[in-house]
Ligand binder design. Structure first.
Ligand SMILES: [Ca+2]
Length: 211
């Protein structure tokens, strides 16, 4: 009925999901795999935009910029945090690799489970210090965050400088962000498209080509 300007993209995706003859079924597993790959590619693009050096490393400030943009702080709060990172790592600029960046976002994608684990630690009376965060990342998200990365994370998020991350300082910010991210209009279109693809996968009918 109506002309869809996204037809080219949709066709590429439908071919990817349903095969060249559109007769293959899209499994949940394949869809999840696609989603993970897409996220990885987006994160890689973001990382590359910070122009890593010859060793493939970006600066701690670059990394912090990516994270504070993600956290959605006010301009004032952002620049305060970036200044702190700049000061702290001026003479300790070990750099952040693409793996560090991908690992950290993998950790973030498990933030709800991390929250549960941290709450448990809090009840048990243990403080959420660097060692605890590292341990939780490893056991909950199964990522091995480097000590240096954790040091940078604390420099960004530990606002009262007590060497501990409170829920308000870190997990609440990131959880809120993840949830809000899904409500943003630019994502909604994509998610709607994904939903319709899952729907047509169920009906084994290429709905998107039914123009
Ligand atoms: Ca703190």
């Amino acid at each position: 009925n109506t002309f869809k300007p996204m037809k080219g993209v949709n066709s590429a995706l439908t071919h990817y999901f349903f095969g060249p003859n559109l007769d293959q079924k899209l499994t949940i597993q394949k869809f999840i795999q696609f989603q993970a790959q897409l996220q990885r590619e987006i994160l890689t693009l973001e990382f590359e935009r910070k122009t890593p050096n010859s060793e493939g490393l970006i600066t701690e400030v670059d990394f912090a910029e990516l994270l504070v943009a993600y956290a959605g702080y006010s301009h004032k709060k952002k620049s305060r945090k970036l200044k702190r990172v700049k000061r702290k790592f001026k003479d300790n600029n070990l750099g952040i690799s693409k793996k560090d960046y991908l690992d950290f976002f993998h950790f973030l994608s498990n933030i709800n489970d991390v929250d549960t684990a941290l709450t448990f630690y809090h009840i048990a009376g243990a403080s959420i210090d660097q060692a605890t965060l590292k341990h939780v990342a490893k056991t909950v998200a199964m990522v091995d965050l480097r000590d240096h990365v954790i040091d940078v994370i604390f420099t960004i998020f530990d606002e009262d400088n007590d060497n501990q991350l409170s829920n308000r300082e870190f997990v609440a910010v990131m959880k809120n962000r993840l949830q809000r991210g899904l409500e943003k209009s630019k994502d909604t279109g994509f998610i709607k498209m994904m939903r319709s693809m899952l729907k047509c996968a169920k009906e084994t009918k290429p709905v998107l080509l039914d123009l």
